[in-house]
Write a protein that binds this ligand. Structure first.
Ligand code: SF4
Length: 236
């Protein structure tokens, strides 16, 4: 049995490993596929669909789709980029993302993707939903205005921290992150040291009293675009 599976991404032949997803195979080959809900070491979730690629002409989420022989993957056509741009724009308008006031600015993956895709103003109308901030915990807070429902905190709390602090409640526009306590975050055993606190891609789940520790201009995406670490590995 062959030890690799040949696939083609944007005309480049890639030797993927059995069991890899398209996104993992692309990462290993130095080809960046944009993503938000995906996080290395967490179970893939397929929630955000920013990693949508065309597999033999059909849209598929690269983070959950396993590789198969002879796959021809389109990761860069205008059609694919338009799918992704639209999803990112929808994420901006369905929440309340005021980047200029958010301490995650410069470290935020949603903002960084908007820069990468050249989005200056979404074409969709802003919904301005009414959402709360849960600051009841002494060391951490959840700002539901900024949450993009990626479930990274849900998966990290369940699988890494072993606490199951976070989960989803509600459906459609009413879906939100909830906690496993009757009242609020302050009633849970969540701690500032939890992995769940490290992996929120936006400024929704944050530690208190550490904001602005890294000055603007020195943050992750202030000097290099999101995904450039993967693309740089291809050049080596
Ligand atoms: S709080 Fe952060 S990590 Fe959790 S679902 Fe919302 S955006 Fe994702």
């Amino acid at each position: 049995m062959s030890e690799t599976i040949p696939i083609t991404i944007d005309g480049v032949e890639v030797q993927a490993k059995p069991g890899q997803t398209i996104l993992e195979a692309a990462d290993a080959a130095g080809i960046y596929i944009p993503r938000l809900c995906y996080q290395k070491d967490l179970v893939p979730f397929g929630a955000c669909r920013v990693c949508t690629v065309l597999v033999n002409g059909r849209p598929q989420p690269a983070c959950t789709q396993p590789v198969a022989p002879e796959m021809v993957i389109d990761n860069s056509s205008e059609k694919v980029q338009t799918y992704r741009r639209n999803i990112i724009e929808m994420l901006f308008v369905e929440g309340n993302h005021f980047c200029m006031f958010c301490e995650k600015s410069g470290n935020c993956e949603l903002q960084a993707l908007a820069y990468r895709f050249g989005i200056t103003a979404p074409k969709y109308p802003f919904l301005f939903p009414k959402r709360e901030v849960d600051a009841s915990h002494p060391d951490i807070f959840v700002d539901h205005n900024r949450c993009i429902l990626c479930a990274r905190c849900v998966r990290a709390s369940r699988d890494v921290d072993g606490k199951n602090v976070f989960g989803f409640v509600g459906r459609g526009p009413h879906k939100k992150v909830a906690v496993n306590a009757d009242a609020n975050l302050g009633g849970t055993d969540a701690a500032a040291t939890d992995k769940a606190l490290d992996i929120c891609p936006v400024g929704a789940l944050m530690r208190k009293r550490v904001g602005y520790a890294v000055p603007v201009g020195q943050r992750d995406y202030d000097t290099k675009p999101i995904g450039s670490d993967i693309e740089t590995s291809k050049a080596k």
